[in-house]
Design a protein around this ligand. Structure first.
Ligand SMILES: *Cc1c(COP(=O)(O)O)cnc(C)c1O
Length: 411
């Protein structure tokens, strides 16, 4: 009874706070808050237990309250919280070494978020051409209505009318191509590459835009064109990277090697951190003073990042992500067959999954939530499903049960 009384009290306090919120009004927040989380589950202040298949939007790669991450953070927090990049930071050194050992990259620059990482990627590309005496090569070719973050340059890189509304003047230096031109061989892309183009920047899997993976053969084609035109390939893996796709990077299945890859979301497992991964060739343009970040490489963030890497590269971990993804997606395909008037398409890779509906998805997401399953929207009427990478089959079956029930109610 006491527990009930308290949770009701918490809820009322929350409702009052909500009315008098001092937070800026730039989010459409759902009326739930959480007391604690464990693995795939979140426990709300009003006493409900939710299966959390949002996980902070692909951030909590190892679920809530992961014991290894808690241990890593506790240990580091008792030693050093923060030092300036004017000094050596062993934790950053170690995480960078892990990232280069396990990926295409030779060098890493740390940031704190995805938008900062994509901005740094743009800076590295421009600086590279500056360093080889071609400063006029500074334009970045991106996909229209993609997503690279919310900073002033990143919104213009994204080429979305809605995101730049009210944020003029236009930031120059970005060109755009439609994603549909990418199928099957992007016939118009050559015309879009000018003498001033420095790089092509795309999300390997378009996340916010509706979970649209760029097919491997298109990625191969992009690499080929970049080689031909002697420009750089930037693959934004802020959402699709760090094991989310079942490989460490979503581009790995295409066997290509990009020049620059910004990452963020999953690498901190819930702790804010971003990074730019790059080859020796392009990183050689970055000299002392050419870029910087006060918080980038923070010891606490890097200590957690190291532990995320350790867990993801444990034997069998990524294979299990692939195996469970295959199971999950095949069951969702069945669901689509059973409810063809509701579900239009199942999309995705690994644990980055989208259910495209034939209609606006918000009511559907609300119904899932009412049945204790948390999901989140993406573009093109997509219900986005982002389990933690260490999700188990039982939890996937629970989600499928709820999805079945809600589809049934919709019929
Ligand atoms: C989320 C995201 C970003 C921006 O990350 P923030 O940490 O919100 O700045 C950039 N690119 C992609 C592909 C993303 O999904």
């Amino acid at each position: 009874m006491v527990a009930f009384y308290l949770s009701q009290y918490d809820f009322n306090v929350y409702k009052i706070k909500k009315i008098m919120s001092s937070l800026a009004n730039n989010y459409n927040r759902r009326k739930i808050s959480f007391k604690y989380g464990k693995g795939s589950f979140l426990y709300s202040t009003n006493g409900k237990k939710y299966l959390d298949f949002v996980q902070g939007i692909a951030v909590n790669s190892l679920g809530h309250s992961n014991q290894y991450l808690i241990k890593a953070l506790n240990k580091q927090s008792k030693k050093v919280w923060h030092v300036s990049n004017a000094f050596e930071i062993p934790e950053a050194e170690k995480l960078a070494r892990l990232l280069t050992k396990k990926t295409f990259a030779d060098k890493v620059f740390f940031q704190n978020s995805g938008a900062e990482a994509t901005e740094a990627a743009i800076k590295v590309a421009r600086r590279y051409f500056f360093s080889i005496g071609k400063p006029y090569k500074n334009r970045i070719l991106c996909i229209k209505n993609s997503f690279h973050g919310r900073t002033i340059a990143a919104i213009y890189a994204s080429g979305s009318k809605k995101m730049v509304e009210g944020f003029g003047p236009v930031v120059p230096g970005f060109d755009h191509i439609e994603f549909r031109n990418f199928k099957p061989r992007f016939p118009n892309i050559r015309k879009k590459i000018k003498k001033s183009t420095a790089a092509i920047m795309v999300e390997t899997v378009m996340g916010e835009g509706g979970i649209k993976p760029i097919p491997d053969k298109c990625l191969k084609y992009l690499r080929k064109i970049c080689n031909e035109k002697k420009i750089l390939l930037i693959l934004d893996e802020v959402q699709s990277g760090v094991g989310r796709s079942g490989d460490f990077f979503a581009f790995e299945s295409s066997k290509i090697k990009p020049d620059i890859v910004p990452i963020a979301k999953g690498i901190g497992g819930g702790f804010p951190i971003g990074a730019v991964l790059m080859t020796n060739k392009v990183s050689s343009a970055m000299k002392p003073g050419s870029h910087g970040s006060t918080f980038g490489g923070n010891p606490n963030a890097c200590a957690v990042g190291i532990e995320v890497m350790n867990q993801i590269f444990k034997s069998g971990f990524l294979n299990n992500v692939k195996k469970l993804s295959k199971y999950f997606i095949s069951k969702l395909e069945n669901l689509k067959k059973n409810y063809p008037k509701i579900i239009k398409e199942i999309r995705g890779k690994g644990m980055l999954i989208g259910i495209q509906l034939h209609f606006d998805q918000l009511k559907f997401i609300k119904l899932l939530e009412k049945n204790n399953l948390l999901t989140i929207r993406a573009g093109e009427n997509v219900v986005r499903i982002l389990p933690p990478l260490n999700v188990n089959k039982k939890e996937i079956d629970l989600a499928l049960k709820v999805l079945n029930k809600v589809c049934n109610e919709y019929n």
